[in-house]
Design a protein. Structure first.
Length: 240
């Protein structure tokens, strides 16, 4: 499934502008709050095509997220944009054919470091913004870098960086598309200024790049981010 990247910031503007317009017409007070957020990520990727290792299976690895969240509230609704540094990645096991050895197994650990900008629309249990909430919306992420480590069954371990790019040269580094985007949804609970949230993110952009193997262009794997996240935010300026 492909979603135009330009649609996501437009969706964010519509969410924020629509809420402000609704508040203006109702002549009611819009409440604004902002504060730090910390949390944990458990992430993996969904691999749908890997020409070099068709049997590859991915598993989860953990990381953290931290940054700022804001909340713009009107009655039962709130727009909640955030700016976060987030660790993501995955582990993968598979088989890989080799000309000399016939075939080897490998285990790979990948760490992604992202700046992530989610913008969600929440429906809150109470008009004060307190209690339970359900939320959904888009996110955009920018890859800063990362690292990878691959262990092969013949006893060799390779280490390298994760580098944003559109094509992978023949090196031990892992090349991944710089921009990711998708949708997230989740549940939360607010008590005073404390907001506890749990969400699931569905990446919609293929992160895989083509390989440049000694001048030959070879299609790369197809894979998408999948992230479970739990976070705690303290919102200053919240009035109940």
């Amino acid at each position: 499934m492909k979603l135009p990247l330009s649609l996501l910031p437009a969706f964010t503007i519509v969410l924020t502008g629509g809420l402000l317009l609704l508040a203006s017409k109702a002549q009611a007070q819009v409440k604004f709050s902002i504060g730090p957020q910390v949390g944990r990520n458990v992430s993996t990727v969904r691999i749908s095509n890997n020409p070099y290792s068709p049997s590859a299976t991915s598993t989860y690895r953990s990381g953290f997220n931290t940054g700022l969240m804001a909340s713009l509230e009107f009655q039962h609704f709130a727009v909640q944009p955030a700016l976060l540094y987030a660790q993501m990645g995955y582990r993968v096991d598979g088989d890989q054919p080799t000309p000399d050895l016939g075939g080897v197994t490998y285990h790979k650990d990948i760490r992604f470091n992202y700046v992530t900008i989610p913008t969600t629309l929440a429906y809150t249990q109470r008009t004060s913004g307190q209690g339970f909430e359900a939320f959904t919306g888009p996110y955009m992420s920018i890859l800063l870098g990362g690292h990878n480590e691959t262990y092969y069954s013949y006893g060799t371990t390779y280490q390298g960086k994760v580098i944003p790019g559109h094509e992978a040269p023949n090196t031990t580094n892992e090349y991944v598309r710089r921009h990711d985007y998708g949708l997230l949804t989740g549940l939360g609970y607010r008590y005073g200024g404390l907001l506890l949230q749990a969400s699931y993110s569905l990446g919609l952009r293929n992160l895989g790049v083509d390989y440049n193997f000694y001048g030959s262009h070879i299609p790369g794997p197809t894979y998408y981010n999948r992230v479970l996240q739990a976070s705690l935010t303290y919102l200053f300026g919240l009035r109940s």
